[in-house]
Design a protein around this ligand. Structure first.
Ligand code: SF4
Ligand code: SF4
Length: 374
């Protein structure tokens, strides 16, 4: 193994190069080594590669130039994960046996797509491999211009801050839209991400087309006795750093102006023994984020400031359906929904899907590309 790869094996931490080595397939690290030495990736899009009856879920990866002599193809199999990425160990063992049998013994837990990804299943074995995967109880995730595999945080299963049941919402929406996960028919990808609170551990507000983020709309609950346990310097610092200027700390009195609070969670995270989100809980829906694109990176915009959520989440599904219909009609190829809204205007979008403009949609007019003052 070349020095450049040996270097990546050094140190106390787990090394992905050691894992590549364990596969016993020399072609994999030789290919990787070539990419590192030449400073470029050699995998091109492998065209439509799929399993019978599905049009999405397997990403064709075909090596280009002389890298094709090392590793001609290395398809990537996206597997729809359970909500919150909770697996029983016996299931993980079955999946490991499955990839050992069909692929190159490499699994990725989990990529930015939220899918579990399995590598190196040859084209001619894809159908058979999928049949066996289905017997373990798994299905394919999304790829291409479809509804992508959604993502949700661990929510109420592990986190005290969960304001909505992220796991149930994820499972319900994936069941509802599974047909559109498997069959690309939209202008481009459509990602749904669900975070249980504004800490937004799955980056819904920055990385998803449709973000559902748990929120409260009444007042932050204060435990005055617990608050007294904090040093005044900490309380001063929190008041100073509140991004909405909603906290005052004077003469030993700590007060929150809940009308000004933008529910960022900062004070609650710091003073977590004394402050709690309110009890009137629901979600904020945001639209249109993407990391990069023809107009640059977009943060999501507030679409519905507050909505109560309860199963079967009929209002959420109706809203998603309206957005998808609108985008399907107006979107250009390879245009994410946020870009279509940007091109045609937020006003038109709201009018077409039947939503009223709300003050929360505009945080700072000059920083918001939808609003112009002449
Ligand atoms: Fe917990 Fe909030 Fe993070 Fe979800 S987003 S894991 S509820 S802190
Ligand atoms: Fe300020 Fe954020 Fe606390 Fe609201 S949640 S009071 S905006 S720090």
């Amino acid at each position: 193994m070349a020095e450049i790869l040996e270097e990546l094996k050094r140190g106390k931490w787990p090394s992905f190069v050691k894992e590549l080595e364990k596969t016993g397939d020399e072609r994999i690290w030789k290919y990787y080594e070539k990419c590192l030495v030449d400073k470029k990736p050699y995998f091109g899009h492998g065209g439509i590669v799929g399993v019978t009856g599905y049009e999405a879920g397997v990403i064709g990866r075909v090596a280009i130039e002389d890298a094709a002599k090392i590793l001609p193809e290395f398809h990537l199999f996206r597997i729809l994960p359970p909500a919150g990425l909770f697996y029983k160990t016996d299931v993980i063992r079955k999946i490991c046996d499955w990839i050992d049998k069909w692929g190159c013994k490499l699994l990725q837990f989990h990529g930015a797509t939220y899918d579990m990804q399995a590598f190196g299943i040859p084209r001619e074995k894809l159908d058979k491999a999928f049949e066996e995967l289905a017997k373990i109880g798994f299905d394919l995730g999304g790829s291409g211009p479809d509804i992508r595999t959604a993502a949700c945080c661990v929510g109420p299963a592990l986190c005290e801050w969960a304001l909505i049941d992220t796991l149930d919402i994820y499972t319900t929406l994936m069941k509802e839209y599974i047909f559109d996960v498997h069959r690309p028919r939209f202008p481009y990808k459509f990602k749904i991400k669900i975070s249980g609170c504004p800490n937004d551990c799955v980056s819904a507000g920055t990385r998803s087309d449709f973000a559902i983020i748990g929120i409260w709309r009444d007042e932050i609950k204060i435990d005055e006795n617990a608050l007294k346990q904090y040093p005044s310097e900490t309380l001063e610092m929190v008041a100073k750093r509140c991004p909405a200027g909603a906290i005052t700390y004077k003469n030993g009195k700590f007060e929150i102006d809940n009308e000004q609070c933008t529910r960022c969670m900062y004070c609650i995270n710091v003073l977590n023994k004394a402050l709690r989100p309110g009890d009137d809980r629901g979600a904020t829906i945001l639209i249109g984020a993407r990391a990069r694109g023809r107009y640059g990176a977009f943060l999501a915009w507030v679409l519905v400031p507050f909505i109560k959520l309860k199963p079967p989440y009929k209002e959420i599904k109706e809203l998603i359906d309206k957005i998808l219909d609108w985008w399907d009609e107006h979107g250009n190829p390879k245009e994410r929904v946020g870009e279509t809204i940007y091109r045609l205007g937020f006003g038109k979008f709201l009018k077409d899907i039947g939503l009223e403009p709300k003050p929360q949609m505009v945080y700072r007019p000059r920083a918001n590309p939808f609003w112009k003052y002449f």
